[in-house]
Design a protein around this ligand. Sequence first.
Ligand code: HEM
Length: 401
Amino acid sequence: MPTPMSSSICRQAFSLISHTLINFDLFMPKTKLREPQQDLLMKSTMDSIFKIAFGFELDCLGGSNQEAVEFAEALDTANEFTLLRYVHAFWRIMRFLGVGTEAALKKNLKVIDEFVYKVMDIRFNQIANAHQEKRDDILSKFLEEIKNQKTTMDTRYLRDIILSFVIAGKDTTAGSLAWFFYLICKDPSVQEKIHQEVKRVVLLETKECTDFVEFSRNINDESINNLHYLHASLTETLRLFPAVPLVSLSATISRNGTIFNENSFVRLQENKVCFSDDILPGGYNVSKGDIVFFQPYAMGRMEYLWGEDAQSFRPERWLDDEGIFQPESPFKFVAFQAGPRICLGREFAYRQMKTFAAVLLYFFQFKLSDEEKVVHYKTMATLRIDQGLYLQVSSRQRTSE
Ligand code: HEM
């Protein structure tokens, strides 16, 4: 049986496909592309995480809800402007005077707040109505607890928790999928192996499937778990292009205000700091208040850790002789952080990325629009492809006709 989460993610992938057909101009590949595919992925994962966090159909991809589109844009802009505080020495003065990026940040935070509170109100009313069926999204769980008076929670605090999930879960998976498509276009043999694996595992090689809905019925816990080569390919992508390329350490280190307040984004971007003097395993002293960073991007490419072919994209390094995925210690493969502050959304992220990739790679074949173009990353909190990713796509059903 498909799980509700798988069906929801499949729907996002279908939605992406319908936009793919429009944006990639599938049957006329020479026509000008209208929107980089990385942006489409961002919209899809936004819809997906909103459904999981709020139980709310956002439809950023379809664009049917103008308020949602404005919210998504405000979230991106606020994210970018908050990061500028690291480089603008005078950002506090700008905030005080209400000018420049700080003025824009304030405006965007207002859009975000208004939208989130509105969604929370809608959902709270739905839950207050006893006839509504039980829902599994994170917000519903919290609201149920509050309704049954098992817990008390400030609405602002609740907003912060939900928004943390949206921010943590949106750009990470979309960016990783973009890098994944880039890498499997660079190595079409990997793309073909994934297609064959999806055919074998999801459809059990019984027959070809031409219908998206029928295909999605076979996406369930078991089939997702058995996609070992796809899992290895996504993990290999994250080794080389970790969604969070720079992270602060968390072993004996606490977070200095993880929770949003009126400066929500500012808080999110604050670093964890040492809460006491300590000595790191390598012998380095750290003092209370110090910030210690590690770089998953650099660590994923170290020959010392990954061997001489550390720079190569080779999913096989994650598989045993039977083709079964072999995980590495999270202290070596650090893309999701390790220890007590390991990513809470890791399993969800894999499920989402595997569902997207399985659906798209079963039905379509992808190529880079410009094979010669060298891509670079964009310096942001999450690792994105600078100037987006442009792909050409052809239908596998059509080519096999
Ligand atoms: C490829 C996808 C993802 C990667 C590589 C990733 C990576 C990370 C990393 C490195 C951290 C630690 C950040 C830090 O300590 O400063 C983290 C934290 C977190 N992630 Fe993810 N993440 C991904 C997807 C997701 C998704 C989809 C969700 C939500 C559904 C999510 C929810 C969270 C949360 C709530 C935290 C904070 C955990 C805490 O501080 O205790 N992540 N993630």
